[in-house]
Design a protein. Structure first.
Length: 318
């Protein structure tokens, strides 16, 4: 045992973990225990899993892209991405569906318990009330597990997509001729590798809101109708009528923020920003190289003059 204490194993036990350990993330316990005793360093972290490696993910996306080309289908990044990561993405959505569904079961059980405690529901016996209490606890646990699994798998998929897109763009850029690369622009290439891949990765965990938000709205509207009757449509109408106003207000706030803090003209777009940064880094290097070359020439001339003077002095002495 070193002075820093026991180190966690370099390879995580996630692949060999049981269902319980996977759901509750207990395979992280050695790393958490090491972090509780001393600050974690890079050597203490787990090695990347094979599914998280850059080479694995870029090969995965390239196979899906090339498969569409071999079948004569039109190129489509979204469809290629779905072929490569679709199963993983929709399996992640199953946890979101469970979490959203259980979110609306809890108010129903609470309503039944309140009626039983208040004496308004005489049809429920004590055993059923106890079972409702146990169900509340179990639903909270399952909902928490589902939501945590959804977030973990979502952000992990986002990381895999980001490295796959960045590396794939980089490989395509290396395959370009010099004229094509200059015509396309280094700034645009770096922007696709860094900025655009990051934006796509940040979008991945929130893509399920395209079906999750309407699903939650439909369940909430149905439950309101069951409890309030036709008056629930008034609440739904108020919610729907505020959507355009919220959109206009958001656009107005963005315009006001842009007018108050306008970006410099050189930083108007991602490609221009990357190009400016490249120029700022390249010009000092060029200046340094030119200065270094000039100093070398001056040093050489001084040394030649010194040796020449020494030789003339020696000849005069002779």
């Amino acid at each position: 045992m070193s002075s820093r204490g026991a180190k966690p194993p370099h390879r995580s036990s996630e692949k060999t973990a049981s269902i319980f350990a996977t759901l509750y993330f207990t395979w992280l316990s050695p790393l958490l225990a090491a972090g509780a005793s001393q600050p974690l360093e890079h050597d203490d972290l787990f090695d990347l899993a094979p599914d998280d490696l850059t080479d694995h993910n870029v090969a995965r996306l390239e196979r899906a892209w090339n498969r569409r080309a071999e079948l004569g289908k039109p190129p489509s990044f979204l469809r290629s991405w779905n072929d490569a990561y679709g199963l993983q993405f929709w399996a992640m959505g199953a946890f979101k569906f469970i979490s959203d569904s259980l979110l609306f079961v809890t108010p129903i059980l609470i309503n039944k318990l309140i009626k039983y405690v208040s004496g308004f529901d005489n049809t429920m016996d004590k055993l059923t009330a106890y079972l409702c209490g146990v169900a509340l606890f179990l639903i909270s646990v399952v909902q928490s597990i589902s939501l945590n699994q959804f977030n973990f798998k979502g952000y992990r998929l986002a990381m895999q997509v980001q490295v796959a897109i960045g590396q794939m763009v980089y490989k395509q850029a290396l395959a370009l001729d010099y004229e094509q690369r200059e015509r396309f622009g280094i700034g645009a290439i770096v922007s696709h590798m860094q900025v655009d891949s990051t934006k796509i990765a940040h979008t991945v965990p929130f893509l399920h809101l395209t079906w999750s938000a309407p699903y939650q709205l439909a369940l909430a509207s149905y439950m309101l109708y069951q409890y309030l009757g036709a008056s629930s449509f008034m609440a739904l109408g108020v919610f729907v009528s505020t959507v355009p106003f919220n959109a206009v207000a958001a656009v107005y706030n963005m315009k006001c923020a842009a007018a108050e803090h306008p970006p410099p003209p050189a930083l108007a777009g991602p490609a221009s920003r990357v190009h400016l940064r490249a120029e700022l880094l390249r010009r000092p290097l060029i200046t340094f190289a030119a200065t270094h070359h000039l100093l070398s020439l001056l040093t050489t001339q001084v040394c030649d003059g010194h040796h020449g003077g020494t030789r003339r002095a020696c000849q005069a002495h002779e």
